[in-house]
Design a protein around this ligand. Structure first.
Ligand SMILES: C=CC1=C(C)c2cc3[nH]c(cc4nc(cc5[nH]c(cc1n2)c(C)c5CCC(=O)O)C(CCC(=O)O)=C4C)c(C)c3C=C
Ligand SMILES: [Fe+2]
Length: 343
């Protein structure tokens, strides 16, 4: 039998500093998130970040935490349940970090008789800190614990026309009765180094984005190109006029150069330039989370109002949107209709 494992990032068990510290420890010690040699990662994460950040992060998590738990987990579970209602194959949910492990997800599927798994990282764009770390860990777990299980991974789906249509429809619906003179597409940032490392050609990437418009096989693994493409395709679909939308990158950590321009500075600049009504879309996240509910909807809004802005609208992530559920279910059914692979 076939089955599906949806995988998202994960959240702390609770918004208490000790749980946030445990979660950040696992997350930031991942060599594909902070990609420096182990000794340097130990120094940076255990010696510095874990002694300072958990308190501030916990305070931020407390502002957005729901009675049912972390928004990211609750919304991912709602998505899982709704997709499960649409497909006849078992659909499990796991998180890359935290207690809902990929190993438990595989076990749940195997216990239901699954022999072939569609591993579905819930990220529209490829990044080594997201898609790659999930697929690599899943393969390690398969080899160690489930050697007879077949796994097929879903690659980044950023430019699939049906995904762009669902995203555009959701944006249109949410902005229908809103005032906005500028739309900002804000994506999670990554260090520039990550983009260079993922360049399979080793020579295409110029970081500044000039390379992103020249066709290249590097784009299959280029987070920046994929983000810019989502902006372009959605803007085209919704017929946004040039100059009324832009792209930025949020949530930088540390002192290395991260993808530019930064979201907080872009909001500041737009406010200073006299934009009064602004809408923000966050297409790197399929579920609302700390980065959208706190960093954008609270901090971003505050910056905008300080700069003299009036209306600040955040468009929710796809979450458990009905069209999104139908699209995931369609992709799953298409995959499941292919014959089972044999050794
Ligand atoms: C070096 C650090 C980080 C990289 C690289 C990174 C990439 C990255 N992250 C997401 C998605 C999410 N990140 C979230 C939280 C978060 N991310 C980092 C650091 C890096 N992320 C930290 C330290 C945190 C924790 C919060 C904080 O202290 O600021 C979340 C939210 C999780 C939640 O519980 O709600 C998401 C989602 C992507 C898509 C990405 C690369 C493309
Ligand atoms: Fe992150």
């Amino acid at each position: 039998m076939k089955g599906v494992l949806l995988v998202n990032l994960g959240s702390p068990e609770s918004p208490e500093p000790k749980d946030v510290k445990k979660y950040l420890g696992e997350f930031l010690m991942d060599e594909r998130v902070i990609d420096v040699p182990l000794w340097a990662r130990n120094l940076l994460v255990k010696g510095i970040i874990l002694n300072t950040r958990p308190k501030a992060s916990a305070a931020a998590y407390k502002k957005i935490w729901w009675e049912e738990g972390s928004p990211l987990i609750v919304l991912s579970e709602r998505l899982q349940n709704k997709v499960q209602e649409q497909v006849e194959y078992p659909v499990a949910l796991a998180m890359r970090y935290g207690s809902m492990t990929i190993k438990k997800g595989f076990q749940e599927l195997v216990d239901k008789g699954v022999k072939e798994v569609l591993l579905f990282p819930l990220y529209p764009q490829f990044a080594m800190a997201t898609t790659e770390t999930i697929t690599v860990l899943a393969e390690e777990i398969r080899q160690d614990y489930f050697p007879n299980l077949k796994i097929e991974s879903v690659p980044a789906f950023y430019n699939k026309p049906d995904y762009i249509e669902v995203l555009a429809n959701s944006i249109k619906k949410h902005l229908a009765d809103k005032k906005y003179d500028h739309i900002l597409f804000s994506y999670h940032g990554v260090p520039e180094r990550h983009i260079k490392k993922s360049d399979v050609t080793k020579s295409h990437c110029k970081i500044d984005g000039s390379c992103c418009v020249t066709p290249s096989k590097a784009h299959e693994y280029c987070y920046k190109h994929q983000c810019l493409e989502v902006t372009r395709l959605v803007a085209e679909k919704l017929q946004f006029k040039g100059g009324t939308f832009s792209t930025s990158f949020q949530s930088r950590l540390g002192f290395d150069p991260w993808l530019l321009p930064y979201t907080d500075r872009t909001i500041e600049r737009l406010g200073k330039q006299g934009i009064k009504n602004m809408a923000i879309i966050t297409p790197a996240f399929v579920s609302d989370c700390l980065e959208t509910l706190e960093e954008i909807a609270m901090e971003g809004k505050e910056i905008f109002h300080e700069m003299g802005g009036d209306h600040f609208t955040t468009v929710p992530c796809l979450n458990d949107d009905a069209e999104w559920v139908m699209l995931l279910s369609k992709w799953i059914k298409t995959w499941a209709e292919q014959p089972i692979k044999v050794n």
